[in-house]
Design a binder for this molecule. Structure first.
Ligand code: C2E
Ligand code: CA
Ligand code: CA
Length: 585
């Protein structure tokens, strides 16, 4: 700083200082006026000594009752806006600043007024050692609103506007941390068959469904509950101050919201949900975390699904070990598919008119290193639940087509049947997977038959029709497996481009004589099938009697233990040769 003329001469000091003060004040006033941000100069008691024109115009805008002017008290004004800890701390900090105990005070500050809220960044600096403070208030409303919006977005699901996974965990943890150890329940809801809707009706329709569902769930809860979306079709509901019975009632209300079909554009969709409940009864230790609780509810939901969908299950500790075993087995299965543990057995199929064995059905088994040879009933459903069915089926398709090509080369032309799961059907890759296997193996498409169960086709006949037509065009035949288990969908099935109906063993079992009820049922199916140009195969033929009835009634093919059991590929060749020898000798 430039030294003042006159230095420290006390006789000259007083009048000169007055003049200097006046000049300084004018200078300060013009500097402040040049600042775009509303700015005030106060003394250590908060008295407003100067305001700039930006401050004055803001006071004009928001009203004199909020923003005071020169002569008023800044501290009183702040307390008048809000007498809270934040403002009292701010005033104390400004006092310290004026006494030289701090160098700077800066904070963000909300000013509510009739037209909304203005956010300020407040920056206070001391004016030398005068005890005065200059405070600038920069309007940061736009920045704060943008930050708030982005933090809101970070905590909410963009599709439904509900709290997202991270925020749900925060809310549940906050509840668990409450000192009085609250009672609460977490409900885990998963829509049954959502993936199928999503895959078949476009993802926009799937999104619409989720939004509609979010609304229905929210309407079924009390104000103190929180509905959130974990992702996909998984919703979690935090039910505060809630015991197991309350939670079950709420789950019942959720299920009831599914009674009404979902109207999605031109489609009417009927759905159900599986719900798992985990409850905290106030006795849990402080170490219980939201992630544990949500996982428990998830396990209970999983158990509800396994029990056959559209159900509610409470979490019990034994679920954990049961599910862990399944998860372990699923992990092993994943390795088994990639490794060399799956095997195919082939069951011969006889053409009844000629008596020739013209085909085989490929049936998968798992050569488990510890548990031995496992039948499909032990792992196919598991593969479906753990999204392993597509890789499993690809392995089956590749192996079966390669085997058929090898038999072909060895002078044994056989048609090979491969079982396809409805899940694969829904995945939409079936046509490509089939084409890839045929090309890789060099097998003509007419040597492959895909077997789809009646129920899987009946679930979504429209989609079935489209995929069947595509497969048919490529020359691959499709047959309906286990026909007669459902019977519900006959009219839908006959309109599909299906080559063959495989009559379920349950019907064949009853065919123990030409006048039996089973025989009548088979006759009806054969008649219907031939009217629509389809052939029939009698499954599970265990006796000579059943074989005779099937032949008599005009079934084209038969398959069953009476003819041959499923067997490994190398045994099949021997078996065929042995039969040839018997026939020709
Ligand atoms: P499926 O497609 O109906 O296959 C026929 C099942 O009946 C086979 O059981 C076969 O061994 C058995 N079977 C054949 N003849 C007779 C008989 O005369 N009497 C009796 N009681 N049973 C007979 P398996 O091999 O245990 O397969 C069971 C099911 O597992 C199959 O039923 C099929 O739905 C499924 N499966 C088998 N392999 C595969 C596969 O590669 N992929 C898929 N997705 N599912 C498969
Ligand atoms: Ca089959
Ligand atoms: Ca079958």
């Amino acid at each position: 700083m430039r030294p003042r003329p006159g230095g420290d001469d006390p006789s000259l000091a007083a009048p000169r200082r007055d003049r200097d003060d006046a000049r300084d004040a004018a200078l300060v006033a013009s500097v402040l006026d040049a600042l775009p941000s509303p700015t005030v100069l106060i003394d250590g008691d908060g008295t407003m000594l100067l305001t700039n024109s930006a401050w004055d115009s803001m006071a004009d805008a928001v009203g004199d009752d909020l923003l005071i002017r020169v002569g008023g008290n800044y501290f009183a004004m702040a307390l008048n806006m809000k007498d809270d800890d934040v403002n009292r701390a701010l005033i104390a900090d400004l006092g310290r600043l004026s006494r030289g105990e701090r160098r700077r005070v800066s904070t963000d500050y909300a000013l509510p007024h009739s037209g909304g809220v203005i956010w300020f960044h407040l920056e206070a600096s001391p004016v030398g050692r005068s005890g005065r403070i200059v405070i600038t208030h920069t309007d940061v409303t736009a920045r704060v609103l943008a930050e708030r919006a982005s933090s809101w977005r970070a905590r909410h699901d963009h599709l439904t506007g509900l709290p997202n996974r991270a925020h749900l965990h925060e809310l549940i943890d906050a509840e668990l941390q409450r000192p009085e150890r609250p009672r609460l329940a977490v409900l885990f809801l998963d829509v049954d068959g959502f993936k199928d809707v999503n895959d078949s009706l476009s993802h926009d329709v799937g999104d619409e469904l989720l939004r509609e569902l979010a609304g229905r769930l929210t309407q079924s809860t009390r104000a103190e509950d929180t509905v959130g979306r974990l992702g996909g079709d998984e919703f979690v509901v935090l039910c505060r101050d809630c015991d197991p019975e309350d939670a079950e009632l709420l789950a019942g209300r959720f299920q009831a919201t599914f009674d009404r079909p979902f109207q999605l554009g031109a489609h009417t969709v009927r759905l159900s949900a599986s719900i798992g409940i985990a409850v905290v009864d106030g006795s849990g230790g402080p170490e219980l975390r939201s992630t544990d609780l949500v996982r428990d509810a998830d396990l209970a939901m999983y158990a509800a699904k396994e029990a056959g969908r559209n159900r509610v299950r409470h979490f019990t500790p034994d679920l954990r070990s049961a599910v862990q075993q399944k998860v372990q087995l699923a992990a092993e299965l994943r390795g088994a598919i990639d490794g060399d543990q799956l095997v195919l057995h082939y069951q011969p199929i006889r053409h009844l008119q000629s008596g020739e064995f013209s085909g085989v059905e490929a049936l998968v088994r798992w050569q488990h290193p510890e548990r031995g040879l496992l039948p499909p009933s032990e792992f196919v459903a598991l593969a479906e639940q753990h999204e392993l069915i597509v890789p499993l089926t690809r392995w089956v398709l590749a192996t079966a087509t390669r085997q058929a090509a090898a038999w072909d080369a060895a002078g044994l032309p056989l048609v090979v049947g491969v079982n396809i799961s409805a899940h694969h059907f829904a995945a939409g890759t079936l046509q490509d997977d089939v084409a890839a296997a045929l090309e890789e193996a060099g097998l003509p498409p007419e040597r492959l038959v895909l077997e789809l169960t009646e129920t899987s086709v009946a679930e979504d006949p429209e989609r079935a029709a489209a995929q069947f037509a595509g497969l048919r065009r490529s020359g691959v035949e499709v047959s309906i497996d286990d026909f007669g288990q459902g019977f519900s969908s006959l009219s839908q099935l006959i309109s599909l481009p299906v080559g063959m109906l495989k009559i379920d063993r349950s019907l064949v079992v009853g065919a123990d004589g030409p006048t039996s009820a089973g025989a009548a049922a088979i006759a009806a199916v054969v008649g219907l099938a031939s009217a629509f140009g389809m052939r029939t195969l009698a499954e599970g033929v265990e006796t000579a009697e059943q074989l005779a009835v099937a032949t008599e009634l005009g079934c084209a093919f038969a398959q069953g233990y009476h003819l041959a059991r499923p067997m490994p590929a190398d045994q099949l060749v021997e078996w065929m040769h042995a039969r040839e020898l018997v026939r020709t000798s």
